[in-house]
Design a protein around this ligand. Structure first.
Ligand SMILES: [Zn+2]
Length: 94
Protein backbone atom coordinates (compact mmCIF):
# COMPACT_ATOMS: atom_id res chain seq x y z
CA UNK A 1 0.00 0.00 0.00
CA UNK A 2 2.82 2.40 0.91
CA UNK A 3 4.41 1.75 -2.49
CA UNK A 4 1.15 2.71 -4.17
CA UNK A 5 1.16 6.08 -2.41
CA UNK A 6 4.82 6.65 -3.14
CA UNK A 7 4.22 6.04 -6.85
CA UNK A 8 1.05 8.14 -7.02
CA UNK A 9 1.86 11.16 -4.92
CA UNK A 10 4.10 14.08 -5.81
CA UNK A 11 7.67 14.33 -4.53
CA UNK A 12 8.50 16.08 -1.28
CA UNK A 13 9.89 19.00 -3.29
CA UNK A 14 6.59 19.48 -5.06
CA UNK A 15 4.56 19.00 -1.89
CA UNK A 16 6.52 21.59 0.08
CA UNK A 17 6.10 24.04 -2.80
CA UNK A 18 2.35 23.40 -2.79
CA UNK A 19 2.20 23.67 1.01
CA UNK A 20 3.94 27.05 0.86
CA UNK A 21 1.59 28.24 -1.88
CA UNK A 22 -1.42 27.04 0.11
CA UNK A 23 -0.63 29.57 2.82
CA UNK A 24 -1.26 32.44 0.40
CA UNK A 25 -4.15 31.05 -1.64
CA UNK A 26 -6.33 27.97 -1.76
CA UNK A 27 -4.89 25.20 -3.87
CA UNK A 28 -6.88 23.59 -6.68
CA UNK A 29 -8.75 20.50 -5.50
CA UNK A 30 -6.41 18.01 -7.19
CA UNK A 31 -3.38 19.60 -5.50
CA UNK A 32 -5.09 19.54 -2.10
CA UNK A 33 -5.83 15.85 -2.56
CA UNK A 34 -2.26 15.15 -3.67
CA UNK A 35 -0.91 16.90 -0.58
CA UNK A 36 -3.29 15.01 1.71
CA UNK A 37 -2.29 11.69 0.18
CA UNK A 38 1.37 12.57 0.51
CA UNK A 39 0.87 13.46 4.18
CA UNK A 40 -0.30 9.89 4.80
CA UNK A 41 3.17 8.58 4.03
CA UNK A 42 5.50 11.49 4.78
CA UNK A 43 6.06 12.79 8.28
CA UNK A 44 8.63 15.30 6.98
CA UNK A 45 6.16 17.20 4.86
CA UNK A 46 3.62 17.19 7.68
CA UNK A 47 6.31 18.71 9.91
CA UNK A 48 7.11 21.25 7.21
CA UNK A 49 3.48 22.40 7.20
CA UNK A 50 3.47 22.66 11.00
CA UNK A 51 6.67 24.69 10.95
CA UNK A 52 5.67 27.14 8.22
CA UNK A 53 2.33 27.70 9.95
CA UNK A 54 4.16 28.35 13.23
CA UNK A 55 6.57 30.81 11.57
CA UNK A 56 3.76 32.62 9.80
CA UNK A 57 1.79 32.93 13.03
CA UNK A 58 4.88 34.11 14.95
CA UNK A 59 5.55 36.85 12.40
CA UNK A 60 1.90 37.86 12.45
CA UNK A 61 1.80 38.06 16.24
CA UNK A 62 5.20 39.76 16.69
CA UNK A 63 5.95 41.96 13.67
CA UNK A 64 7.99 44.28 15.90
CA UNK A 65 10.63 41.56 16.25
CA UNK A 66 11.42 41.90 12.55
CA UNK A 67 12.15 45.61 12.91
CA UNK A 68 13.97 45.50 16.25
CA UNK A 69 17.57 46.67 15.76
CA UNK A 70 18.69 44.33 18.55
CA UNK A 71 17.24 41.25 16.89
CA UNK A 72 19.72 38.66 15.63
CA UNK A 73 18.54 39.17 12.06
CA UNK A 74 19.93 42.70 12.01
CA UNK A 75 23.28 41.79 13.58
CA UNK A 76 26.40 42.56 11.59
CA UNK A 77 29.87 41.11 11.77
CA UNK A 78 32.89 43.18 12.73
CA UNK A 79 35.15 43.96 9.71
CA UNK A 80 37.88 41.64 11.06
CA UNK A 81 35.47 38.71 11.18
CA UNK A 82 34.27 39.43 7.63
CA UNK A 83 37.85 39.52 6.40
CA UNK A 84 38.74 36.28 8.23
CA UNK A 85 35.67 34.46 6.84
CA UNK A 86 36.35 35.75 3.35
CA UNK A 87 39.97 34.62 3.51
CA UNK A 88 38.93 31.17 4.77
CA UNK A 89 36.46 30.80 1.91
CA UNK A 90 39.10 31.87 -0.63
CA UNK A 91 41.60 29.40 0.86
CA UNK A 92 39.12 26.51 0.56
CA UNK A 93 38.34 27.30 -3.08
CA UNK A 94 41.94 26.77 -4.10
ZN1 LIG B 1 7.21 14.48 1.79
Amino acid sequence: MRDFFIRHTPSCDKVTTMVSASLDAALPLHNRLAVRLHFLICVWCRRYLTQVRFLREAVREHPEKLENPDSPSSATLPPEARQRIGQTLRDHRQ
